[in-house]
Design a protein. Structure first.
Length: 330
């Protein structure tokens, strides 16, 4: 039973003046809409959740801001946009309130110092234990690495000791408990809309392909980035499977991807949390997306805005817009 009981429908009789007839018809329409409107549940934060459960855009659509006091009264504002995390907002103030809540959610625990991942067994000992290298090869590679003062051990094993690159990659896979991925049939243009070019470059990520519309294979050269993988999962709704790619295959594929066409992106810097909220909410109000989501990636906030409804897990690059806000100085 609805909390607000609709008024009984009025009849616009011929004896009413024209102005009163219009008012009566509006009241009747509103009452019928309240009776027929289904109960709304919790909206999902992931892409696609909630938006398929009920159509959006009716004139009875209510504001998603819990603190909104105007709701459906903003009849002049389109109910189809802007939408942020599966919720339409009736005004710029309500958009700002919802964005502020999302920013607080993403910044929670940000000051925690990230732990440097250290493998229980070093790469050299892992390969020695597997019988893939000899003790002399390991000692010589370590000496060359120390003398040069740079370079990964695997690089020196391959370059100086003649160890197979595939064995080094397999050893890294054992360290990370991850797959070794192949880059055959990699279509760079098909996956550019999954994440901004800045993340591909800065974090050494290589999105390879989407399987069955549900699983994204994400490759890295020598170390995984679970923070980026989780952010992509939250943003796209895809399950992300991370793996390692041999360096001789990774480097050219990564270069091809960086040369492909990515969605347009805007980079901003804000000095305070309030400034971040203002910049993000202003972008949403200006772009008026049909859906928008916010996630944190290391020291960045990533806002993605869909310019039109998406038909599948791989949107067109021209149909999305990204905004990246640096939060490292806050």
């Amino acid at each position: 039973m609805p909390v607000l009981k609709p008024r009984p429908a009025l009849r616009a009789g011929k004896d009413l003046p024209p102005g009163e007839r219009v008012k009566t018809e509006l009241v009747n329409s509103f009452a019928e809409g309240l009776e027929q409107r289904p109960a709304s549940g919790d909206s999902g934060a992931r892409r696609g959740e909630g938006s398929l459960a009920r159509p959006r855009g009716g004139w009875l659509e209510t504001c998603a801001n819990p603190g909104c006091i105007s709701g459906w009264l903003h009849l002049w504002r389109s109910r189809t946009a802007p939408v942020f995390e599966d919720g339409w907002t009736c005004s710029a103030a309500c958009t700002r309130a919802r964005v502020a809540s999302a920013v607080r959610r993403e910044l929670e625990g940000r000051m925690t110092v990230p732990e440097i991942h250290r493998h229980r067994i070093p790469l050299g000992l892992t390969m020695l234990e597997q019988g893939w290298i000899t003790g002399d090869q390991l000692r010589n590679a370590l000496a060359a690495q120390k003398a040069a003062g740079a370079g990964r051990l695997g690089h020196w094993l391959v370059r100086q000791q003649g160890v197979s690159e595939s064995l080094v990659t397999r050893a890294l896979g054992l360290q990370w408990s991850s797959l070794v991925l192949a880059v055959e049939f990699h279509d760079a243009e098909a996956v550019t809309a999954l994440l901004p070019r800045l993340f591909v470059d800065a974090f050494g990520a290589l999105p390879l392909r989407v399987a069955a519309g549900k699983l994204l294979y994400l490759g890295f050269e020598d170390r995984l980035d679970p923070v980026l993988a989780l952010a992509i999962e939250r943003m796209t709704g895809l399950h992300v499977e991370c793996g390692l790619v041999e360096g001789s295959h990774f480097v050219p594929a990564h270069a091809r991807l960086l040369g492909a066409h990515f969605p347009r992106v805007e980079l901003i810097e804000a000095a305070t949390e309030m400034a971040i909220v203002h910049a993000l909410s202003r972008a949403i109000e200006k772009t008026r997306p049909v859906e928008a989501r916010l996630v944190r990636v290391h020291d960045c906030l990533w806002l993605r805005m869909d310019l039109k409804p998406q038909a599948g897990p791989l949107p067109e690059a021209a149909s999305v817009a990204d905004l990246i806000c640096s939060i490292g100085a806050h």
